[in-house]
Design a protein around this ligand. Structure first.
Ligand code: NAD
Length: 245
């Protein structure tokens, strides 16, 4: 099948040191892209990049505007931008701390907005680009204890669709991928606070298991290829059938 290679393309994966991000970095590398593994955890990013041909690790704290600017200068021209980094503080909304809202807003929504503002003009000028936003099924369907998180992740829907309209004439696509419960360090951290959560989640999933990072990475990588050139402004779930629309 033609059109599935990304040779010569430079791809930034934020949160590339994490569970889903490292799987996305591996799949994009397998398709021929040179991946910038971007993460606040530089040591973790370096470990991931060391295992991937042509990849490099660059530190970035998405919560800091100055850091995002410095990162974009260091990254050079970027063809593929995968917004995967995310943080979740789980707490009942009425008990939640606005300081936690601020962190989630900065990392999950403001960071992607800033990165896109700085890197999208280059894609538009070169008449090719891919934006993929990793949101969450929690934003599509609601998720107990994740009110502020879901709000920031739902913000990505409006951003991605607007960018899809504004950048389409330059052959830049913009799509959202929504994982359901996926077996990563993030989910393990959340389930430590609620024993039995993983089993409960899996029983509620039509395909009867948690997602894996590779389940999510396959769709993200596909959306970055030429084969997906006519797909833009879409929100797609990778959640074992939890969300069907
Ligand atoms: N695991 C799940 O069940 C699940 C479900 C739905 C959505 N998601 C989303 O998928 C994405 C990946 O999550 P994961 O499960 O792989 O989590 P993870 O915790 O394994 O990875 C997240 C990565 O983001 C990085 N990060 C955190 N704050 C950052 C910052 N300020 N600047 C730069 N990088 C930062 C972390 O260092 C980490 O490497 C997230 O956006 C998450 O919200 C995950």
């Amino acid at each position: 099948m033609d059109g599935l290679r990304l040779d010569g393309r430079v791809a930034v994966v934020t949160g590339g040191a994490g569970g889903i991000g490292s799987a996305i970095a591996a799949d994009l590398t397998a398709l021929g892209a040179r991946v910038v593994v971007a993460d606040v955890d530089l040591r973790g990013a370096e470990k991931v990049a060391a295992g991937l041909t042509g990849a490099r690790a660059v530190a970035v704290d998405l919560a800091s505007a100055a850091d995002v600017e410095r990162f974009c200068e260091a990254a050079g021209p970027v063809d593929v931008l995968v917004h995967n980094a995310g943080v979740s503080v789980v707490e009942a909304f009425v008990e939640s701390d606005p300081a936690d809202w601020d962190l989630m807003w900065q990392v999950n929504l403001r960071g992607p907005m800033l990165l896109t503002k700085l890197l999208l003009p280059g894609m538009m000028a070169r008449e090719w680009g891919r934006l993929v936003f990793v949101s969450s099924d929690g934003a599509r369907a609601g998720s107990g204890g994740e009110g502020a998180y879901a709000a920031t992740k739902a913000g990505l829907f409006g951003l991605a669709k607007t960018l899809a309209r504004e950048a389409a004439r330059h052959q830049v696509t913009s799509n959202v991928v929504c994982p359901g419960p996926t077996d990563t360090p993030m989910l393990r951290r959340i389930s430590e606070a609620e024993p039995g959560l993983v089993g409960k989640l899996a029983r509620g999933i039509p395909l009867r298991r948690l997602g894996t990072p590779a389940d999510v990475a396959g769709l993200v990588a596909y959306l970055c290829t030429d084969r997906a050139a006519y797909i833009t402004g879409q929100t797609l779930s990778v959640s074992g059938g939890v969300t069907m629309h």
